[in-house]
Write a protein that binds this ligand. Structure first.
Ligand code: OGA
Ligand code: NI
Length: 321
């Protein structure tokens, strides 16, 4: 695997791909092969030259740090009785010796429409238009990036982007941004709960503190060192199922606590609504690749997640044999 600037993950340069169409030559190019291999072997890669404004990212990071610095009684006002929406205080599991970081989720155009305005109104009743404006601008830019990445993922699997199977991904998907805030404990190391993402794929911004680890096929924990200016992309459970097991939704976790600053990450889950049927395209099934998973809805996978908690067994649970 290639090494670049101290990171362990394959780096995909998005400026090398045309956004319009691809021909057979491009599909067999070095960059496409690298992407395909990253999705199949590791389930994680980095993207650079992604088009999201660096100044905006920096500014949003400051605003989110300020948000988490609010007193607990204010943040608690942003708890919503909707899955993956609003504030979640940190949870430390003393038995399993792991944790869930403090988090705040903004489901963009689903679950809770205008979630940025609604959540910010709970935190700042006097209003915070700059927070809303910047966060919405960030969401819009990441959404655009997510569609570029989806196109590449679909192409890399040899599926026609204008097919019914692919078009419905573009039409029905929505984004949910989850901000994670990991406490500096300084005296001890903490580990967040290992899990795979229930998303189709995830676009993750992490600050410069580091700590993200990915479980390789060989079962080893591998460090993913932050590469300034990049986003981490990972295959989620739904993509693993949609690709009939070709792409790998990898287990990951964060080791943190020893820094003198709290660690911040912003995960954009490229997601599908509960009624979406996870049915792999016909191109994914042949003699060599018999259908691996039952056709279930996204809601079925969420129900399983809610039952067992963060886990690494969702696709396995829905296997046919
Ligand atoms: C997540 C996640 C990793 C990180 O939010 O699902 O895995 O670096 N986050 O915070
Ligand atoms: Ni995750």
């Amino acid at each position: 695997m290639e090494e670049l600037n101290g990171t362990d993950l394959p780096v995909i340069d998005l400026s090398l791909f045309s956004s319009k169409n691809v021909d057979q030559n491009q599909l067999e190019s070095h960059e496409f092969n690298k992407l395909r291999q990253a999705c199949q072997e590791l389930g994680f890669f980095l993207v650079i030259n992604h088009g999201v404004d660096a100044t905006l990212i920096q500014s949003v990071e400051c605003r989110i740090r300020d948000m988490f610095a609010l007193p607990a009684e204010i943040k608690n006002r942003a708890i919503f009785p909707i899955f993956n929406t609003g504030y979640g205080p940190s949870v430390v599991d003393d038995v399993a010796k792991d944790s869930i970081p403090e988090n705040m989720s903004f489901p963009w155009d689903h679950l809770l429409p205008n979630s940025v305005e609604k959540i910010s109104a709970k935190l700042w009743p006097q209003g915070n238009p700059a927070f809303c404006e910047e966060l919405n601008a960030y969401g819009a830019q990441i959404k655009e990036l997510s569609h570029r990445i989806l196109k590449l993922l679909v192409w890399s699997l040899g599926v026609d982007v204008s097919s019914q199977s692919a078009s419905e991904l573009f039409e029905k998907s929505f984004g949910n941004v989850r901000m994670n805030y990991y406490d500096k404990c300084t005296d001890k190391e903490m580990i967040s709960k290992a899990h795979t993402d229930v998303s189709f794929f995830t676009i993750l911004y992490q600050d410069d503190i580091g700590g993200l680890q990915i479980r390789t096929k060989q079962g080893k924990w591998m460090d993913s060192k932050p590469l300034p200016g990049s986003f981490v992309i990972n295959v989620g459970d739904i993509l693993q199922m949609w690709s009939n097991g070709r792409n790998r939704s990898a287990e990951h976790r964060v080791v943190y606590g020893r820094s003198n600053r709290n660690r911040l990450s912003m995960a954009y889950f490229f997601d599908l609504p509960d009624e979406f049927e996870i049915r792999c395209p016909k191109e994914m099934i042949d003699q060599e690749h018999p259908q691996l998973y039952k056709v279930v809805t996204k809601g079925d996978t969420v129900a399983y997640f809610k039952k067992v908690g963060p886990n690494m067994a969702t696709p396995q649970h829905f296997r046919l044999q």
